[in-house]
Design a protein around this ligand. Sequence first.
Ligand SMILES: NC(=O)c1ccc[n+]([C@@H]2O[C@H](COP(=O)([O-])OP(=O)(O)OC[C@H]3O[C@@H](n4cnc5c(N)ncnc54)[C@H](O)[C@@H]3O)[C@@H](O)[C@H]2O)c1
Length: 403
Amino acid sequence: MSHIVVIGAGQAGASLVARLRKDGFEGDITLIGAEPHLPYQRPPLSKAYLLGEMELERLFLRPESFYTDNNVSLRLGQRVTGIDPQAKTVTVGDEVISYDELALTTGSDPRRLPAAIGGDLDGVHVVRDLAHVDDMGPYVAEGARALIVGGGYIGLEAAAVCAKRGVKVTLVEMADRILQRVAAPETSDYFRTLHSEYGADIREGVGLDRLVGDNGKVTGAVLTDGSQLDVDFVVVGVGIAPSTKLAEMAGLELDNGIKTDAHGRTSDPSIWAAGDCASFPHAGARIRLESVPNAIDQSEVVAQNMLGAAKDYVATPWFWSDQYDVKLQIAGLNTGYDRVVTRKGEGQTVSFWYYKGDRLIAVDAMNDPRAYMVGKRLIEAGKTADPVVVADPDADLKPLLKA
Ligand SMILES: NC(=O)c1ccc[n+]([C@@H]2O[C@H](COP(=O)([O-])OP(=O)(O)OC[C@H]3O[C@@H](n4cnc5c(N)ncnc54)[C@H](O)[C@@H]3O)[C@@H](O)[C@H]2O)c1
């Protein structure tokens, strides 16, 4: 009977083992995770969980009984320190575990601020793991002063939670605008205005020069424009790096993450990768997607391929973010767009449609699930949308699906 070992018990690892059993794999499965918790959802960490509106148990993807009932050997709080691809073993502490097939779902690590500029002071938090958010929770109190470094999703979602909790928020984004990595200026403008309405001070084109501490605890910050702030805590949302250390030590090929083919197989035929840590071929390029939907879809395809399906992974990217009372839903990837068409609805409802030539490639929809749904279905079907119809708030979008 063969043994599949999965390293990394996050969304991708948990989805992968579930799919193996669903598809009838009867061999042994071992799922190894460095964190002590059952596999859990990360998205609520910077939203409802940080806000104190979601209990720990609701974060768990599946109850513990799922793993026992499905005969998955779950090794939590254990870190793999090495892979030997020739011997087909992984090392955990003093133990050496043999595998027939191995999957790497090692995720990604948050970038931290260097200790030389105060990144190691108490009160400086990253937001990636449950433990990080549990550490930060007590700081998020009415009247506290927070500096948020980075205007990506982590920074903005944390800013929204903090502002809602009565924290005085200053957010610095070193690029010209927030969300520059992922969205058009229209979307950045929308969220800048939204945050200002809630009193968060968003400063763009400004980075952090250094943090200032007293007795090992952060008390202030000096920004690159020379301004100084008193702060009680700092949230660092300056991006993530794929966790490739084990793969690198094992001699696997890397290329912006662990390099896989369209099936999710790495440069070693018995080793697979999925989720944040894996880069894969997509529409003539090589990409890596940092998102839950990708972690689920890709790991499910990899599970099928580990069982011999030989199926290409075709990503259909989508993302979401919650900030205050606004739900942002994104369909597609906007890379290479040359035009953005705005569809304005009532109040805070708006959507931005990205085109590359005549082709619709992505939609950002704010509180507009219909625009998102229509956009997503069009993009996935390889269809476009007449910009005149899109821009007309009175025009029904649904007929676009039949065009
Ligand atoms: N709703 C969602 O989809 C969601 C929510 C949270 C996190 N995430 C994902 O988690 C990952 C991490 O999120 P993130 O927001 O940290 O990453 P990010 O890469 O999206 O954004 C980081 C931002 O920090 C800025 N930055 C970097 N160094 C800086 C500095 N020294 N000073 C000021 N600004 C600086 C960058 O210009 C960038 O805008 C991403 O993959 C993100 O997509 C997604």
